[in-house]
Design a binder for this molecule. Structure first.
Ligand code: M6R
Length: 366
């Protein structure tokens, strides 16, 4: 039940410290410096020897897949391709006997993802699933997998399933990286510890809600939004834009910040609010340059920054402060204010947050 929350979406956003912890529980053993996932342990050699991994998904799960691409390539040095399930299934994808295909789905019932899974299996690939719903069609059809322990997600807009998917992908990348010796022990141990601190930091990031309510009051009548991020936070920008589109019906686009000058900056004027993920670690100086370009065209900047930030603080129209964390784990924190923002805007606009028009929770037809 919704309890004190007006909508399931808000409840599910607030559940994330717990759902991430549940997804880590029994898998991340910090004192022992061990990560254990049964479906990986029993297929160790396949992961160690992989030449290429293809990740297939739709919607928010596709955004998690893109984050997975950054994580896996960085920590395991295995080449990763990410595909929309609907595209993958209708071409003749190059996957063969020794290849790994990872399918990601909250519901485990998405028709396109299920069809992509079956095609990959037919071609002889080893298919690994990341699903939330236990016993779902996708979970039943994969060769091995790991569940996200996010609990039932009722709201059509996916939130806690997304962060649980990223959590599993981080664990996956860390284990495989350790097997393949593509991460050194120090880095592995450091990231394990950082990962353990995530639930507490998500809890802290949720405290940005009051600031976000105020910012939402300023922009709820805007017709368009841009979301910018770089590196591993580029898919987070895509996810922020998708959340806003889905529940508030405002047109929004996500871009890698440096792509602005190749076209989209033509859209920027005083009526264009621009969300920028500008955390201290990744590409910070580059992002400052991108912010200046937008300011020069009178765009309004809403920046997500780390506590203690000075430079972006001086440039942006609004700042949302989140706790510091390693760049590679940062999507688990940076997405929180974007989820809250989409919710607050939809709420102010009086939309049915949990059941947006034209959308279904699981898309079981193509
Ligand atoms: O259940 P799945 O993860 O396979 O669903 C995929 C998409 O349909 C889903 O993520 C959709 O984009 C959500 N409404 C996003 O909030």
């Amino acid at each position: 039940e919704k309890g004190k929350y007006k909508y399931f979406m808000l409840k599910e956003i607030y559940e994330q410290p717990k759902t991430i912890l549940d997804t880590l529980r029994g898998r991340l053993l910090i004192p022992e410096k061990i990560i254990y996932i049964d479906g990986i342990e029993s297929n160790k050699d396949i992961f160690i020897n992989a030449k290429c991994i293809t990740i297939v998904a739709c919607g928010t799960s596709w955004h998690a897949s893109l984050i997975g691409e950054y994580l896996l390539e960085e920590l395991t040095r295995i080449r990763v391709e990410v595909e929309y399930a609907s595209e993958f299934r209708y071409r003749n994808p190059i996957v063969g006997k020794k290849d790994i295909v990872i399918v990601i789905s909250q519901s485990g019932e998405t028709a396109d993802t299920l069809a992509a899974l079956k095609l990959a299996k037919k071609k002889g690939a080893f298919v690994f699933g990341i699903c939330n719903v236990v016993g779902s069609s996708i979970a039943r059809n994969v060769d091995a997998g790991a569940y996200t322990h996010a609990g039932p997600e009722i709201s059509v807009a996916s939130t806690k399933a997304f962060t649980a998917q990223i959590t599993v992908l981080v664990l996956l990348a860390l284990i495989i990286g350790k097997y393949r010796s593509t991460i050194n022990d120090r880095c592995y141990e450091f990231l394990c510890k950082e990962l353990g601190s995530i639930p507490g930091k998500v809890d802290y990031a949720l405290k940005t809600d009051d600031t976000i309510k105020k910012i939402s009051q300023v922009y709820h009548n805007a017709n368009h939004f841009l979301y910018l991020g770089r590196g591993i936070n580029f898919p987070v920008a895509l996810e922020g834009a998708l959340k806003l589109k889905e529940i508030s019906y405002i047109h929004a686009e996500g871009y890698p910040a440096a792509e602005m000058k190749h076209g989209p900056i033509a859209l920027v004027d005083e009526n264009m609010p621009v969300f920028v993920i500008a955390t201290k670690k990744g590409y910070y100086n580059k992002i400052i340059g991108n912010i200046q370009e937008i300011k020069a065209r009178k765009g309004k900047i809403i920046a997500i920054v780390n506590e203690g930030d000075i430079q972006v603080n001086m440039l942006a129209d609004h700042v949302i402060k989140i706790p510091n964390i390693s760049e590679i784990l940062s999507p688990l924190i940076t997405v929180i204010p974007l989820q809250l923002f989409a919710y607050q805007i939809a709420y102010i606009r009086g939309k049915n947050v949990d059941q947006p028009r034209n959308l279904a929770k699981s898309v079981t037809v193509e």
